[in-house]
Ligand binder design. Structure first.
Ligand code: G
Ligand code: G
Ligand code: MN
Length: 426
């Protein structure tokens, strides 16, 4: 394969068979490929051949992936790095995060054995991602209507129903294809574009919510906002928008991360408190990571706490993660906050969270983020399935009744309620 367009893949893997598979997939995707099993040769090629993507196994005889990541950093490597391993997902993810911390461009991880489609997807994503996005491109994208929203259903564990949805923004770029928010939200934040982006998201999501509502579907709406959105007039502008669309503020939940950053603390308190006074709900997102802290929980008027998916995803396989999930749910309860677990990918995790009396959950097991037109049928099907699974005699012929009787905590209730289910049609 030619590499005149600069797509070069360097593979280091001690399993020649796996290395060959990656090579074949990459060549089909238009990469020039060099593969090696030798750390010295790898370092030499990383330096002199200028790969655009590096595919690296974590376990390499004579060295290891973590050490190689350190060396790549020292050489200011600007290739995308994909990590692969047969080790557990937590170790793989720790290595990925370490790479990010060191400033490397980490494209993703591959858990071995892996499907070739996973590898192909990662490689094509690296191809597209090259060539940094510019603020001007994003401004144009917002103006040209290239953003769109998907909605991820959120389950209320106490009432066993779909309580609402989280709006998640995406960018359909005319050349690059689908661009994920983690690639353009930071760009928006550092270029004074976040307010116009959030404005667009709010209008689109509130309009959608109003449309569902007029179709008989009342859903709470969770929206991610950035600390930089919290200008002094934000509560008034949001309240005005809600009036325009006929949406009650208490059905809107604003999810915030990194609340410690940027704005001064007094203004932040002012804005968040006024949002609460106006009836909006506030959620602390990705709790347990980054800048979300106990201090903010204590000072800011949050109403919901979202447990970061990194703990939830590992809670069954890893004792430490489970302890963290348990304690955070307990913390939320004691602070009278609604607890929501993110990243629920299996039924066993769902059942574990229900047993811990987590209030709400979200994740691929329930549903991936969906296009808005799929939400109504998702809710209908989900509720029909729940009703069918419900063996509680009182529920026969009256779908609403068990919901009402089970609203509030189930502590001490008869254990005749097996019907909290996922949807798992991924
Ligand atoms: O699926 P997903 O890739 O959508 O989300 C990645 C990250 O992007 C999440 O941390 C999420 O909070 C953030 N995000 C998604 N949509 C929005 C949005 O509309 N505004 C902001 N500020 N962040 C968003
Ligand atoms: O940070 P925030 O909570 O807003 O992030 C939401 C992100 O989590 C989105 O990128 C969404 O696509 C992703 N997500 C939602 N459910 C799951 C899940 O079950 N597993 C994984 N890996 N990601 C999820
Ligand atoms: Mn969120």
């Amino acid at each position: 394969m030619q590499d005149e367009n600069g797509d070069r893949l360097l593979v280091i893997d001690d399993e020649p068979a796996f290395g060959r598979i990656v090579k074949t997939i990459a060549e089909r995707a238009g990469f020039a490929v060099k593969a090696t099993e030798e750390p010295e040769e790898f370092e030499l090629l990383a330096q002199s051949w200028h790969p655009s993507v590096i595919f690296m196994d974590l376990q390499i005889p004579g060295t290891d992936g973590v050490e190689l990541l350190r060396k790549l950093t020292a050489r200011r490597c600007d290739a995308w790095v994909i990590l692969a391993s047969g080790l557990d997902g937590k170790t793989l993810d720790a290595a990925r995060r370490l790479g990010l911390e060191r400033g490397l461009k980490m494209a993703g991880t591959v858990q071995k054995p892996s499907r070739s489609s996973v590898i192909r997807k990662l490689l094509t994503r690296c191809k597209r991602a090259d060539g940094a996005l510019s603020a001007a491109e994003l401004a144009e994208g917002i103006a040209a209507g290239q953003l769109f929203l998907e909605y991820q259903p959120k389950l209320d564990c106490n009432r066993r129903r779909i309580a609402g949805v989280e709006a998640l923004v995406r960018w359909r770029h005319p050349v690059r294809g689908l661009v994920r928010p983690d690639q353009f939200i930071p760009l928006a934040e550092s270029n004074d574009l976040i307010q116009s982006l959030t404005d667009w998201v709010l209008s689109a999501a509130l309009a959608q919510c109003a449309a569902w509502c007029s179709g008989g579907l009342a859903l709470e709406l969770s929206i991610n906002i950035s600390a930089k959105d919290l200008a002094i007039d934000f509560p008034d502008r949001l309240a005005q928008r809600c009036r325009e669309f006929g949406i009650a503020p208490d059905s809107v939940i604003l999810e915030l991360t990194e609340t410690s950053a940027t704005r001064d603390a007094v203004q932040m308190m002012d804005v968040l408190t006024r949002l609460r006074v106006k009836g909006f709900r506030l959620s602390i997102d990705d709790f347990g990571t980054g800048h979300s802290s106990m201090l903010q929980l204590q000072r800011m008027p949050f109403s919901e706490l979202k447990i970061d998916r990194s703990f939830v995803m590992n809670m069954l396989g890893d004792k430490d993660s489970r302890v963290i999930v348990e304690i955070v749910i307990d913390l939320a309860r004691k602070l009278r906050l609604h607890s929501v677990a993110e990243g629920v990918e299996t039924d066993a995790t769902l059942q574990g969270l229900v047993a811990l009396e987590c209030d709400g959950l979200q994740g691929y097991h329930l549903s991936r983020p969906l296009a808005p037109e799929r939400i109504a049928s998702f809710v209908t099907e989900y509720e029909a399935r729940t009703a069918v699974c419900d063996v509680h005699p009182a529920s026969a012929g009256d779908q609403d009744k068990p919901r009402r009787t089970r609203s509030g905590r189930s502590r001490g209730a008869a254990p005749a309620q097996p019907a909290i289910i996922g949807a798992a049609r991924v």
